[in-house]
Design a protein around this ligand. Structure first.
Ligand SMILES: [Zn+2]
Length: 188
């Protein structure tokens, strides 16, 4: 399990300018509880888009897409991007123009993450399950420098293997605020 990043320095306005190396403790991931939760028939992304007041997990949202923090981040700087509308097939449910529009948002978000946290390699992927989390979503996760090769790639992304980082809520909020600042997006 690699040593992982963070904590931040402050600039004017109490906004972290850049997150730098620090370790967070890791918690064991309860895969059975997770599978029960994602199989209960609700859609957690649709629930998130309708949250009122907006959930703290939301980094930003536009009319077409929503970016939010991973609830079980295995790496620092782990953000998910999804369409606001419930769609399930990552390619098949999109016209080319719609797909490219989402990729533009993904590109900008990926750039912002790489700017905010130390990123040796940015992972970008779309997974999901028709038996659970069906709503299309993209993972963007920053692999920091110094992680052993055996702990990179899928090993770095699976909470059931790596555990997940217990990042304090205030740090998660500061990270989200910094991403918004880079993207010049308003709060949720
Ligand atoms: Zn949905």
């Amino acid at each position: 399990m690699g040593r992982v990043l963070l904590v931040s320095t402050l600039d004017e306005g109490n906004t972290p300018s850049r997150f730098s190396a620090m370790s967070w403790p890791r918690a064991e991931f309860d895969l059975d509880a997770y599978e029960r939760k994602v199989s209960d028939g609700s859609c957690f992304i649709c629930d998130l888009t309708r949250s009122d007041p907006p959930s703290d997990e939301i980094v930003y949202r536009t009319e077409s897409h929503i970016a939010f923090l991973n609830r079980f981040p295995t790496l620092e700087g782990y953000v998910l991007l999804a369409p606001v509308e419930h769609r399930e097939q990552v390619i098949r449910d999109y016209s080319l123009d719609e797909y490219l529009e989402l990729q533009v948002a993904l590109f900008k978000l990926g750039r912002a993450i790489s700017e905010v946290v130390d990123t040796e390699r940015l992972y970008v992927l779309s997974l999901g399950s028709q038996q659970g989390n069906r709503h299309v979503h993209w993972h963007l996760a920053a692999l920091p420098p110094g992680v052993p090769v055996s702990s990179q790639q899928f090993s770095a992304l699976m909470p059931e293997k790596a555990g997940y980082l217990m990042i304090p809520p205030e740090e998660r909020l500061r990270f989200a605020a910094r991403i918004r600042q880079v993207l010049k997006e308003p709060g949720p």
